[in-house]
Each structure stands twice: as C-alpha cells, then as structure tokens.
Design a protein around this ligand. Structure first.
Ligand code: TYD
Ligand code: MG
Length: 463
C-alpha cells in the first residue's frame, strides 16, 4: 500500500504547501497552515471488516448509475436507546452505523447522558465507552452513582485513535462513545491533540470505522466561545447528526437539540432535568420555561414557541433602561442579536416608540434558545412593558413575526399553539390575525388577531 503523505493546508484559502511555513504563499495570511494527511488514492474500493454489510455500493465493485426504483428499500435499522427524549432528537432511535456529534458547554451533562444511554442499552447492544478526559475510576464511580448496571458497561482509557480502533475491532461493540474527540490523536500527524488536523483526521477514521462495521459512534465535542463545536467545520459535514446540549448553569433543565440530522427532523428538542441521579427525562415540558412570579411583572411576556414538534410556553424578559453610553447596549440571551436591533427599528418607525437612548437587555428564561421568528411580537411586548414600567395584562401569551413594514405575519401551527396556551390557563392571546380563529376564542381564552404593529401595541395595554 502506498504511504500516506502529509501536506500543509491553509485554513483560510485552502492552498496546499509541501512544507510548513509561517505565511501562506497564496493569501499571505500568517499562521494559518495546518498539517493534514493526504491518503493515496485507492484503485480498489476498500471492503475491510464488512461485518454487517458495510457500504453496499462500495463493496460490490465500481459504482454504477441506478434508477431509484431499483434501489432496495430497506428501512434503516433503529434501536431505541431507552431514553425517549434522546430517541426523539435522533429521529426515532439509534441508527446502525451512524455517527453522532454531541456538543455543549463543559459540565452540561454530555458524559452523563451518554453513560446513562449505554447503561439503559445494557445488554441489548454491547458498547464501549472510550474516555480521554476522565480516568476509568471516575467513569466507574459515576456509573455507580447513577445506579447503572455495571455488568454490561465496558470502558477504555485511551486517546490514540489507532489503538482505540484496534481494540474496538476485536471487542466489536455495536455502540462506541468517544469522550471527547478533542483528546483523540492519530500517530500519522505530529500536531498536538485538539488541533484542527488531529480532530479532523481522527473523526474521519472513526466515521470510516462506523460505516464499515455498522457500529453507531457518538463523538463528544467541546464548544468554543463563539458557540460552535471546536475543530473544523468539516467535522459537522462528516457526521450524520449534530446535537447540541444547552441549558443555563443555574437551571436544572437541559435541552438537547438536533442541528443536523440525516435520519430525522432538525430542531427537534429533547428536554431533561439534572438530578442527583443523573439526567431525568421531561416528557411533557410545555410549561417549564415559565418563571413563577408572585404577580404581574413589568418587562415579562410569555410566548408560545414551537421547537421541533412540540409547542413550548417560554417567558421572555426585557429590561429597558436609560443609557449613559453614546452607543446604547443591545444585549440578547437566547435569541438572535441582530433581530433585536431590527425589531427596535420597526418599533420606532412604525410604532412611534423610540429606544435609541435606552440600553435594552432581553433574556429568554431557562437558558433555552429560541430560533423562530414567532418570538418577535412577545419580545416587542416585553420591551414595551419594561419601557413603560407597566406589566402586560395578566395571563397573556403572544406569538407572531414582525415584518420591516410593521406588518404582523402569521406563523405555522397557530391553532396548536393557542390550544396549548389555553390548556395552561392563559386568558388572552395576541397573535397574527391570520392565526386567530374566527370566533375570537379558544376555550376560555380570548384571542386578539392583529395585523399591524400598532394594534399589537394597543393590545399590550391593560384593558
Ligand atoms: P458531565 O456529564 O460531566 O458534563 P460534560 O461531560 O458535559 O462536561 O456533567 C457533570 C455535571 O452534572 C456536574 O456539574 C455534576 C452534575 N451531575 C449531577 O448533578 N448529578 C449527577 O448524577 C451527575 C452524574 C452529574
Ligand atoms: Mg465530560
């Protein structure tokens, strides 16, 4: 077999160099060259260790063009992990031969979740937990504290990918957990573990292993300050699914969200609560993101957001305060930053309410991240309420998108959102006119349909 070569690739422009140098000769950027392994092209498709069939097309020789009607439709083999909320995020269970990347802040519960999953899988699927961060003792202690059956759990403290794959090839686990990918290194490179090239090359080897043997692989990934998974973006392209674990350090609730999933829907949420006995599922999470105020509070609004396939009631809080800065602060937690600037501009232009001399802080309660535009109306209502220092009418919910010309646009699944709010005892809903039922009521809840920003502002005053 031809020997693998190393090349130095510019992480900015992608130019390839045969030697390391401080500056990229193509784009003139400094310190951007990273070492990569160049695999020699293989004339024959690899068919090593095709324990469960491997890649059908590859093993059967040269690929050929096939009408899709001739493709054998075999449903992908799925196993329930025993943790319903995790299965939901994975798109209905664990797929054989899939590679799943789980990212999240340190201490959020990635290791705990995966260990619990291996514990509940137990003897159904033989597994291997590879730890590069904690000692075997620490892993065993955690498993014991979580009351997991220790018998079926096998762990390996190793960080060299070649040795990990050697062990995995002989132990033949069906599920392999790598905790974490940033600690893993390959003998083929001299770069330090955690560097872009090491992470990429190790992940590539693990992906190949998963596809060739049908083993399901979970990679734990650290998250950078910018919120992405540390390491190259290619990591996200290589794997089948990318899940993020989110939550506030002060709160016990944790949200697992799919950002990419080749086997299911994205933006599906799984909700957990951290307890002394590890992560507990929260199968009915619709109202946990409301904070318990004794009475009506200025600056607080409740929205009905729909993440994945479930409606959630989430409180959004705003604080608007006279700014002493020339450039007032706009700080958002749990929502998109640019969206707030846009909403404030619309509020000024079409609502006649100015906030250019005010600091505006907006926070979504419970550490959850809301990505849909249905949060626009409730965010503006919370801002208005804080600006006026007057609470919104009691037991009010809102949702709806705000357009640049001050129109309120409908959002999907309005009826389902309204029903959920009515079930939780809300009495008043401010929603896009197109989402409001003709009768103006859902159960005991009055529904006010609005078409323009001005109407939404009027509806957020006490009657
Ligand atoms: P961990 O799974 O180690 O996080 P990660 O792998 O994402 O870094 O989670 C550790 C945190 O969870 C730690 O702060 C303690 C807490 N925890 C509990 O509250 N209860 C438990 O049963 C366990 C195992 C951990
Ligand atoms: Mg960990």
């Amino acid at each position: 077999m031809a020997k693998a070569k190393t090349a130095y690739v510019c992480t900015q422009c992608g130019a390839e160099h045969s030697k390391w140098q401080g500056q990229c000769a193509e784009c003139n950027e400094w310190n951007v060259l990273s070492e990569f392994v160049v695999q020699p092209a293989k004339p024959n498709a690899v068919a090593t260790g095709t324990r469960r069939g491997g890649y059908a097309g590859e093993a059967a020789g040269a690929p050929r063009i096939t009408p899709l009607t001739e493709v054998l439709l075999t449903a992908e083999a799925r196993t329930n992990t025993g943790i319903g909320e995790l299965d939901r995020v994975l798109g209905g269970g664990l797929v054989d031969g899939s590679v799943v990347l789980i990212g999240g802040d340190p201490g959020i519960g990635k290791s705990t979740l995966l260990l619990q999953m291996l514990g509940t899988l137990g003897a159904t699927l033989p597994s291997l937990y590879v730890t590069g961060e904690e000692s075997l003792g620490q892993v065993a202690q955690r498993a014991q504290r979580l009351d997991l059956p220790l018998g079926p759990l096998h762990a390996l403290a190793e960080t060299c990918i070649e040795r990990i794959l050697e062990q995995a090839s002989s132990a033949r686990p069906r599920v392999l957990v790598i905790d974490s990918i940033q600690t893993i290194w390959t003998e083929m490179l001299t770069a330090a573990p955690g560097s872009v090239s090491q992470v990429r090359e190790s992940a590539a080897k693990l992906t190949r292993f998963a596809k060739e043997t049908g083993t399901s692989v979970f990679l734990v990934g650290h998250v950078t300050k910018e919120g992405g998974i540390a390491g190259p973006r290619v990591l996200e392209h290589m794997v089948d699914a990318v899940l993020y674990f989110e939550g506030e350090s002060g709160s016990r609730f944790r949200v697992l969200r799919a950002f990419k999933n080749r086997f299911g829907a994205v933006n599906e949420l799984g909700v957990f609560a951290m307890s002394e006995k590890g992560l507990r599922e929260v199968p009915n999470p619709s109202a946990i993101f409301l904070s318990a105020h004794a009475g009506p509070t200025p600056g607080s609004a409740v929205m009905v957001t729909r993440e994945g396939t479930r409606p959630l009631l989430v409180e959004v809080q705003a604080l608007v305060d006279q700014s002493s800065l020339g450039n007032p602060r706009r700080v958002v937690l749990g929502l998109e930053q640019n969206r707030l600037a846009m909403l404030l501009a619309v509020l000024h232009r079409h609502g006649g309410v100015a906030a250019y001399d005010q600091d505006v802080f907006v926070n979504v309660v419970g550490g959850i991240r809301v990505q849909e535009t249905a949060s626009d109306v409730p965010v503006l209502m919370a801002v208005l309420s804080s600006l006026r220092d007057r609470p919104l009418p009691e037991k009010t919910i809102a949702f709806g998108e705000v357009g640049l010309s001050g129109e309120i646009r409908p959002v999907p699944n309005g009826e389902e959102r309204l029903k959920e709010a009515a079930t939780h005892g809300f009495r008043r809903a401010v929603v896009p006119a197109a989402n409001a039922p003709k009768r103006g009521r859902v159960g005991d809840m009055e529904v006010i349909g609005v078409e323009r920003l001005g109407q939404a502002i009027d509806a957020s005053r006490d009657a």
